[in-house]
Write a protein that binds this ligand. Structure first.
Ligand SMILES: Nc1nc2c(c(=O)[nH]1)N[C@H]1C(S)=C(S)[C@@H](COP(=O)(O)O)O[C@H]1N2
Ligand SMILES: [Mo]
Length: 202
């Protein structure tokens, strides 16, 4: 009995925590599916550039070595794909987007994120600030694999994973909201998994 009693609170605690962490309509998975709209591009780090372009056309770029010289952060995040799988406690290493945005003068409220291969996705600029979005190059202790967006991808875990552009090449700050690849064919403009914003109109 002592065993049952000592187990019960912990068991119920974990069970509750699991449902608290699972957005509506999602199921948890241990695997890490690959979802790409096209072939995996080969992106070399010696020619890699990450470019921020303002609404006035001013640009600021970081080479791979410059990006790696910025303060690095390890972060553990739950990720949620609109195809309904969620993966808990994914471990990433990279640079908070704030580091690329702090010296940028802008009045823009929106961003279009671009990737090698042509993929784009849009979001409010505020969603990339405040330590909740990263340019990541490490996953689970290793260099991020090409199929998951290596050498570097965006990670915006509070939005559905289609917003986390793989093989990211830059940000374009815009005054008007411009839909990206999936957003222009019916995916929700914002994509909050907790409000189940899967499709346009949700
Ligand atoms: N460049 C690029 N980024 C992308 C995609 C893509 O096709 N191209 N797919 C998006 C979608 S729909 C999802 S669900 C996630 C999948 O990331 P994963 O393949 O690492 O699981 O990447 C997102 N980022
Ligand atoms: Mo997706």
């Amino acid at each position: 009995m002592a065993l049952v009693n000592s187990f019960s609170p912990g068991f119920h605690g974990r069970a509750r925590a699991l449902t608290d962490r699972l957005p509506p309509g999602q199921y948890p998975t241990e695997s890490f599916p690959v979802l790409s709209a096209g072939p995996t591009p080969r992106v070399a780090t010696d020619t890699w550039l990450f470019t921020v372009t303002t609404e006035l056309g001013e640009t600021r770029s970081w080479t791979w070595d410059q990006m790696m010289a910025l303060p690095q952060e390890d972060t553990v995040q739950d990720i949620h794909c609109v195809t309904r799988w969620s993966k808990f406690d994914t471990r990433w290493r990279g640079v908070p987007l704030d580091a690329f945005l702090e010296d940028v003068e802008t009045r823009a409220g929106h961003v279009v994120v671009s990737s090698h291969g042509g993929y784009t996705t849009n979001m409010p600029l505020a969603d990339l600030r405040g330590g909740k979005a990263w340019l990541v190059h490490g996953y689970d202790g290793f260099a991020l694999s090409p199929e998951h967006g290596g050498p570097a991808r965006l990670l915006v875990p509070h939005l559905y994973l289609w917003k986390s552009a793989k093989w990211v090449s830059g940000l374009r700050l815009t005054t008007e909201d411009e839909p990206g690849f999936w957003e222009s064919v019916g995916y929700h403009d914002y994509g909050d998994p907790w409000r189940e914003q899967r499709n346009w109109g949700d």
